[in-house]
Design a protein around this ligand. Structure first.
Ligand code: CA
Length: 231
């Protein structure tokens, strides 16, 4: 059974999330402060940690650092809407993803599924195949194994989700992917309303790659979606 540790001090929210996760078939353990979060995350084998940022006793960010130092367990942060710095710092400190409060439960469940899937795919036990070769197009390479991207030989910093969007496009060079496909495959959303998130990530990717390096990597196919064509 997939086990999830929920570190959240808001009683009502925690109970709601716990019930929904249990309904999806996950086994959930709940703790209400940061110190207990670290203790449980390090003391037991969970498949995923849902981590609130504003916590009593020890901040979520500190929990994240301490757990990440010792464990590779997927961690999804629960952050306040305007806490941009928390999100950036959290991803830098090794969080796999974040969900902004207040969230729709479907969004949280989708993120949980994606993080679990991604982790299972990257764990040594699952990779019987030889390491995949880095993907390449238009002077850009993407190494999924090492989670590295370069443009014209220079390393490029991408967020986890920008990386996933680019990964989808470069895995299907020459094929136009719709915004819905990208939202579903790269971000784990399975509903149509969130596809504008894809446009935001595409805009960021263009700024970091196309504009910065003067290349033409991502092409918009009007009314359809996006494509990376061969060099
Ligand atoms: Ca809180």
């Amino acid at each position: 059974m997939t086990r999830i540790l929920l570190v959240e001090d808001e009683e009502k929210l925690a109970r709601f999330v716990e019930l929904e996760l249990a309904h999806e078939g996950y086994e959930v353990e709940r703790v209400a402060d940061g110190r207990a979060g670290v203790e449980r995350a390090l003391g037991d084998d969970f498949d995923l940690v849902l981590l609130d940022i504003l916590l009593p006793k020890l901040s979520g960010m500190e929990v994240l650092r301490r757990v990440r130092r010792e464990k590779n367990v997927p961690i999804i942060m629960l952050t306040a809407r305007d806490a941009v710095m928390d999100k950036v710092a959290g991803l830098d400190a090794g969080a796999d993803d974040y969900v902004t409060k207040p969230f729709a439960i479907e969004e949280l469940l989708a993120r949980v599924r994606v993080a679990l899937k991604r982790h299972a795919a990257s764990s040594p036990a699952a990779s019987g195949d030889p390491a995949p070769r880095p993907l390449a197009a238009c002077g850009v390479t993407l190494d999924a194994e090492r989670h590295e991207v370069t443009a014209l030989g220079e390393p490029v910093e991408l967020t986890a989700r920008e990386f996933e969007v680019l990964h989808s496009l470069m895995e299907h060079v020459g094929r136009v992917l719709t915004r819905e496909q990208l939202a579903r495959d790269a971000l784990g959303y399975d509903y149509v309303g969130e596809t504008n998130v894809v446009d935001v990530h595409i805009a960021h990717l263009r700024a970091k790659l196309d504009d910065r390096f003067g290349i033409k990597l991502i092409t918009t196919v009007r009314g359809v979606g996006y494509v990376v064509r061969e060099s």
